[in-house]
Design a protein around this ligand. Structure first.
Ligand code: HEM
Length: 505
């Protein structure tokens, strides 16, 4: 009798628990949001280049967690820091919300997702990302060899600016080959001249890869993958990108990869060494395709973002000459005019550090994270039910202009990152904690530290030598970050010209 009662009791217990789980799941509702047309949802109503502004407006109507539909898919938009932290950092959500949606470029260009940016959050990702980060750290600014090449590159850029002779010029056009060269230097350990074939291949991959990644173009490949074989725009673009990929492969694997194990001074050699050491476990073998796909990732993630940041920085110097003058005063007092800036100077230059942070906040060059997805399971997020296979965007732009977090968020004000003594605020200060320009969690940007060091190196060297100002009669587009031009996935100022005059010694 006692045994039977125990069985009945246990069965009842299980029933009640299942019923409670089902009811609680039913109670969890989908986040609110605009639904749009049947199947297509909001896809025709949104411009990919300004979509972050629409998402930010939705915050006022629907709140911090918004769900919509696009081309038959659920799309989740996270509009507040709290919601983004819950999704990407808390253990009950983050591991499931850190996948990427399946995509054409990852599959067909990256040799079946043999890279980091576009692949799922799976075991291979967990091996590849640390490998990529280690290669970049060791052969970027931490390496004496790279720093020496960087000095040569900066001298080259400085002489190009000097050659403008104070005439109106587009500073970004002058700097673009340099942005390609510095990532190329990390790959190969060599600095090349502007007309070198590798630099051309690299910049071509950036250019055509950028065309392919545009949502309206990529969307067509995703829906009709066979279109890559057709004699149309999509077919031609696919041929071009794969042709450049083969040129990259050929040069990196056949020329650069030969190395002296006692003199490993670049990313490719570091990966070759890992390959020979049988990197990872038995199930994972680092192939040449992995190495080339990681290089392709790094080209596409680094060149355009550096362009957006440095172009945006110079643009703001034109708008705010008083900030430019203050930066030059700091450079003059810490470095002077005779010696070149060193990275070690950075700790003594709080105003420059504050400016870099404020440019990243104010303009938010990547206004949205790359799309995340929960491919394997449904998730409960802050009381909402998120169905499996939802595409997820974190709205960085909304966080960086949230008036609950920032005083006067639409003003450019480097002082928000300085304390009362004029020192750069510490990492636990609210201004620093509210900054997420590089995303957070498992998919955080690989180039985060490098970006600060790059911005410091370019801007300190340029402002030590030159002043930027508008030519009489020329007009500058508005500095309002809502007016920045979308070049998906980044936003940046529209092309502009300015006078670059040598500073009087
Ligand atoms: C202004 C400069 C930059 C900004 C604002 C920026 C921002 C971002 C953001 C927002 C993400 C997506 C995070 C997510 O999906 O949750 C990302 C990913 C990534 N970034 Fe950057 N980035 C910058 C520069 C760079 C540079 C210089 C490199 C390489 C040298 C780089 C490499 C990457 C890579 C490989 C990923 C993919 C990480 C992953 O999927 O796990 N980024 N970046």
């Amino acid at each position: 009798m006692i045994v039977e009662l125990t069985i009945v009791g246990a069965a009842l217990g299980v029933f009640v628990m299942v019923a409670m789980a089902v009811t609680s799941r039913q109670k969890k509702k989908a986040p609110p949001g605009p639904r749009g047309l049947p199947f297509f949802g909001k896809v025709f109503a949104l411009d990919p280049n300004t979509i972050h502004l629409d998402f930010t407006e939705w915050k006022a109507n629907y709140g911090d967690i918004v769900m919509t539909k696009m081309s038959g898919k659920n799309v989740l938009v996270l509009n507040s820091l709290e919601a983004i932290r819950a999704a990407f950092e808390k253990e009950d959500c983050a591991p499931y919300m850190s996948d990427r949606p399946l995509n054409f470029i990852g599959e067909k260009i990256m040799y079946g997702y043999k890279e980091v940016l576009l692949r799922r959050y799976d075991d291979e990702f967990k091996k590849l990302k640390p490998l990529m980060m280690r290669g970049l750290d060791k052969h970027g600014f931490q390496s004496a060899h790279f720093r020496k090449l960087m000095k040569e590159e900066i001298d080259h850029v400085t002489s190009k600016f000097s050659a403008t002779n104070g005439k109106s010029a587009d500073p970004v056009e002058i700097l673009m080959p340099s942005f390609c060269n510095i990532i190329g230097m990390i790959f190969t350990g060599e600095r090349v001249e502007d007309n070198h074939h590798f630099l051309k291949t690299l910049s071509n991959f950036e250019h055509y890869g950028d065309k392919m990644i545009q949502p309206q173009v990529h969307g067509v490949y995703k829906l009709f993958p066979w279109i890559r074989h057709c004699p149309c725009y999509h077919g031609q673009l696919y041929c071009k990108v794969t042709e450049i990929r083969e040129q990259l492969y050929d040069y990196l694997v056949n020329d650069v990869k030969r190395y002296d194990a006692n003199n490993v001074n670049c990313f490719i050699h570091e990966m070759t060494k890992e390959q020979e050491a049988g990197s990872g476990s038995e199930e994972f073998h680092l192939t040449d395709e992995h190495i080339v796909a990681m290089v392709m990732d790094l080209i596409n993630t680094s060149v355009l973002t550096t362009k957006a940041l440095i172009s945006g920085f110079i643009f703001l110097m034109l708008h705010f000459p008083e900030v430019q003058a203050k930066l030059q005063k700091e450079i003059d007092s810490v470095i002077g005019e005779k010696r070149s800036p060193e990275l070690e100077d950075m700790t003594s230059m709080p105003y420059m550090r504050a400016c870099i942070q404020e440019v990243l906040r104010f303009q938010s060059h990547l206004p949205l994270t790359a799309p995340h997805a929960n491919l394997t399971t449904e998730v409960d997020l802050e009381g909402y039910h998120i169905p499996q296979n939802t595409i997820i965007f974190a709205n960085i732009f909304a966080v960086h202009h949230d008036d609950q977090l920032w005083d006067d968020p639409w003003s450019f004000c480097p002082e928000r990152f300085l304390d009362d003594d004029g020192q750069f605020v510490s990492s636990d200060h609210p201004s620093r904690k509210n900054m997420i320009p590089f995303g957070i969690g498992r998919r955080v940007c690989v180039g985060k530290e490098m970006t600060y060091l790059r911005a410091f190196t370019y801007m300190t060297n340029l402002l030590q030598n030159f002043s930027f100002k508008m030519a009489d009669g020329d007009e500058l587009p508005s500095s309002d970050p809502r007016k920045l031009q979308g070049q998906n996935p980044v936003i940046l100022p529209q092309p502009y010209k300015c006078m670059v005059t040598k500073r009087a010694s």
